[in-house]
Design a protein around this ligand. Structure first.
Ligand code: FPP
Length: 267
């Protein structure tokens, strides 16, 4: 279904810094333990169950989910969150019914069209990660437009993952590295974490400090596999359409009590 055109050896090391940056290519999110997570990533799950539990079509759940996106985006900067990444459509979601896929794509287009002014006014920079190739050209144009329009904004960095899969992203980056190696631009022995990270869709974004998944499922479903190597995780039973700013604030407060070690020994 992808590709459819829709019409609509650490022992010898000296003691390092308490929080070593996992990859040099990415700026540090700057969220030491006891503080607010600078980068929060959310797997927004449970729209379908929310709707079917009420006897409604799944798309009603996605529409309500989009309302939650607006609320959480508006609230995030006041909670101290500077980067917010939302998983909206995975590389596996093409397996859903054509009706649901088309409905979701329309919802993404409508969100960009209707929210563009508000995002621009509120200082939100919007970006996307994922393989845009299979997306409808109209949606791609809207995505490029809002990215360009909001590029100067710094209050909140909003990234939406559409047709995104962590494995797919790593594969595409690996292919890019192979092409560079064959062209003699990079020596295979010189390939390092920073070189790979720089070729990921997320290049330039800090790694997430905290990954939240709603709906009670406790898996990561191919989301930010590389970037979340040292992330903290929170799983909540709340279905995404019921997820509130108050719950996000409580999760952010709990994060502040966690001790992050990035592989170092407990102090
Ligand atoms: C997972 O819940 C959710 C999705 C695949 C879609 C996420 C989309 C939105 C929240 C709406 C719009 C987003 C933006 C950025 C405007 P599910 O449908 O798999 O739920 P289920 O597990 O209960 O079936």
């Amino acid at each position: 279904m992808a590709g459819i055109e829709l019409t609509g050896g650490a022992g010898a090391q000296p003691a390092g810094p308490p929080e070593p940056a996992p990859a040099a290519a990415r700026p540090a999110a700057g969220a030491p333990a006891g503080r607010v997570p600078a980068h929060v990533a959310i797997i927004m799950d449970g729209n379908g169950r929310w709707a079917t539990g009420k006897g409604w079509p799944r798309l009603v759940g996605h529409r309500r989910g989009a309302e939650r996106v607006k609320e959480i985006v508006a609230a995030a900067p006041d909670l101290g969150i500077r980067w917010l990444t939302l998983y909206a459509f995975s590389t596996e979601n093409w397996k859903r019914s054509v009706e649901e896929v088309i409905g979701l794509m329309r919802l993404f287009s409508r969100y960009i069209e209707k929210e563009a002014d508000r995002l621009a006014e509120e200082g939100v920079r919007m970006r996307f990660v994922g393989d845009r190739g299979p997306l409808e050209s109209r949606l791609r144009t809207l995505m490029e437009g809002i990215e360009a329009r909001t590029a100067p904004n710094t209050r909140l960095n909003l990234t939406v993952a559409i047709n995104y899969g962590g494995r797919d992203e790593i594969l595409r980056a690996t292919r890019a590295l192979a092409v560079a190696a064959v062209a003699g631009e990079v020596a295979p022995a010189a390939i390092d974490e920073a070189g790979l990270a720089a070729r990921l869709d997320s290049a330039g974004l800090p790694d997430p400090d905290l990954v939240i998944r709603t709906s009670g499922e406790t898996r990561i479903s191919n989301f930010l596999l590389w970037q979340s190597a040292y992330a903290e995780y929170e799983f909540t039973p709340t279905l995404w359409p019921d997820f509130t700013t108050a719950e996000l604030a409580a999760i952010v407060a709990r994060y502040g009590e966690r001790k992050r070690r990035f592989g170092a020994a407990a102090g």
